[in-house]
Design a protein around this ligand. Sequence first.
Ligand SMILES: *[C@@H]1O[C@H](CO)[C@@H](O)[C@H](O)[C@H]1NC(C)=O
Length: 140
Amino acid sequence: MMKIWVLLLLVSVASAQTNCPLARTLKAAGMDGFNGVSLAHWVCMAFAESSYDTQATHFNPSDGSTDYGIFQINSRYWCSDGKFPGKKECPFTCNQLFSLQNSIACAKIVVQKRTMTAWDGWKAKCRGQNVSKYIAGCGV
Ligand SMILES: *[C@@H]1O[C@H](CO)[C@@H](O)[C@H](O)[C@H]1NC(C)=O
């Protein structure tokens, strides 16, 4: 019995950053290989940016902008929260990015215009790394 619990603990620690439901949703949305970015890199980016929190917001005191949703998409250029004038690249209000599907659609636009380097979290924690653990065992 003890051995089983230790094994379960090890498995859960080893897979703490894995997110199979997200990996499957991203794959179904055509993100595996989108703009040359592998599924594991998308999942890694989501973990680095928001710890997989679709409702995450982060205020940037330096310019008064806010990052929204699982991919922490910024309100200055990408979505509109009413604070910055001008047309935004994604056809969503920032609050609409709390929807995972809307965030995915917006992330496709961001990566096409800016590549993954648009995301500081990805640069810091995923770029150049072996990110296979983020989808390990997911069967995707
Ligand atoms: C990445 O890590 C996995 C698991 O740790 C390993 O199986 C795989 O060979 C690694 N890939 C590369 C390119 O190093």
